[in-house]
Design a protein around this ligand. Sequence first.
Ligand code: ZN
Ligand code: ZN
Length: 213
Amino acid sequence: MRCYVCSNDIMTQVTWTNVFLPPKRSSICEGCLSQFERITPTCPKCGRGDSTGLCFDCERWGMDKEDPLEKNTALFAYNDFAKDWVAKWKYRGDYELLYSLREQVASLEGPLVPIPLSDERLAERGFNQSEAVIRLLGGESVSLLERSGTSKQSKKQRAERVTSENPFRLVEPIRAPVTIVDDIYTTGTTLRHAASLLKEAGCPSVSSFTIFR
Ligand SMILES: [Zn+2]
Ligand SMILES: [Zn+2]
């Protein structure tokens, strides 16, 4: 078995636990795995690991109106190694690289909502990163959102639009708690745009899961 990240052979060590049991398969070598920084969350809201309690950003989200996002859970810090990994996976289209993390994620219950990509972006990349993560989690993907402004008419109006305008449109409301899934939580704006639409249409609670934070 080769490491999905560096292509080196993964040595399976024989220990007393796997002399009799088949050794656990791994898709990533120890060296690569150790360069990902697993997060121990300190901010109860966005799941970052470098704050003292609720971080400044999250405090601001709840300031003038109720934060539509219940909570984000993230697996790893978005460090240099992670940025490199994402560049290979997403921008260079090494789709299979995602499977290097398959033993690192637990499965998620309930409807998982992907963040839609614009048609242009989807054509360019060949896959939707958030759908890909849902597949990795083995969850049920429920497409409830679409990009607004992909038609020719709205393209013309795009320049006139303010940047804070919600880039999504709700396709279908849902009355059950959901988890939005994406690859990276950066500012949290995208997730909150999506969450606010779902909440306004009667969704009782919206959380999110991202691989990186
Ligand atoms: Zn490796
Ligand atoms: Zn936070």
